[in-house]
Design a protein around this ligand. Structure first.
Ligand code: URA
Length: 249
């Protein structure tokens, strides 16, 4: 990231390499002893050597090592996996990550139902996640859904005024757009809350059933439609900057 979010700081070379997943502290000490690591061109064997991870050039066997503290991933969540870090029964979104991303210990920001697809942010930046999930923040989330039955102008009005869910909770206004109406309807719904099964329960409140659900945006983040189901990528610098600006407002 740019200077806006980074400050100069130093850490031990063994800690830096271990954090990046190059081995345990003990294994990293051995790599250092073998003379495989250079800092700004000089071989460093001392595990206690302090480095500036963002400005020093660290190489391992001649390959430059990029340091980062946080990881920010956008996944196109597939159906059938749960948005959790661990589960006794089901595969989780974290199980889909590569080892080089797993070493950052990331977690999903919020939940999508097991059968819901689409945009899921996965990070180890607890502060950013906390701010995005705060109910006070009212982060808009847009879903594409296929509904069993004909969605009408009355539903648009009902969602605009807020609907009452099965537990008596009255939702905040939702913005419903009808893309196609018929025996089944295609819609987009933007909501600013994240109650359990909210989209499904909002349609239930107007007597309709969601048969397919996919999240397409969250705050300033839009699902990269080139990601296949189950694929993920790091956020671009621009996406991350927008997200950080957004959550700090
Ligand atoms: N609303 C739902 O009903 N399910 C989701 O996964 C997300 C929003």
């Amino acid at each position: 990231m740019g200077d806006l979010f980074s400050a100069r700081w130093r850490m031990r070379i063994d800690k830096m390499l271990a954090n990046l997943g190059f081995g345990s502290r003990k294994e990293v000490k051995k790599i250092l002893k073998d003379g495989a690591v250079r800092v700004n061109g000089q071989i460093v064997k001392d595990a206690k050597q302090q480095v500036d991870p963002e400005n020093d050039v660290v190489t391992l066997n001649g390959e430059t090592v990029e340091y980062k503290e946080f990881i920010y991933l956008m996944m196109n969540k597939p159906p059938g996996v749960v948005s959790a870090t661990e589960d006794h029964q089901d595969e989780t979104v974290i199980d889909l990550l590569e080892i080089e991303d797993l070493v950052f210990d990331p977690f999903p920001v919020g939940r999508l139902d097991k059968d819901t697809e689409g945009l899921l942010l996965i990070t180890n930046d607890g502060q950013l996640a906390h701010r995005l999930l705060s109910p006070k923040k009212h982060v808009p989330k847009t879903y594409f859904a296929v509904i069993d039955g004909e969605v009408t102008e009355r539903d648009i009005e009902a969602f605009k005024n807020g609907v009452t869910l099965d537990d008596g909770y009255k939702t905040k206004p939702g913005e419903l757009k009808i893309l196609k109406s018929g025996l089944t309807s295609d819609i987009e719904l933007t909501i600013t809350e994240g109650k359990f099964h909210q989209v499904k329960r909002m349609f239930q409140a107007v007597g309709k059933r969601v048969i397919y659900l996919k999240r397409i945006s969250m705050g300033p983040l839009k699902l990269d439609e080139t990601l296949e189901l189950g694929e993920y990528r790091e956020l671009t610098d621009e996406e991350l900057q927008k997200l950080k600006e957004y959550q700090s407002q």
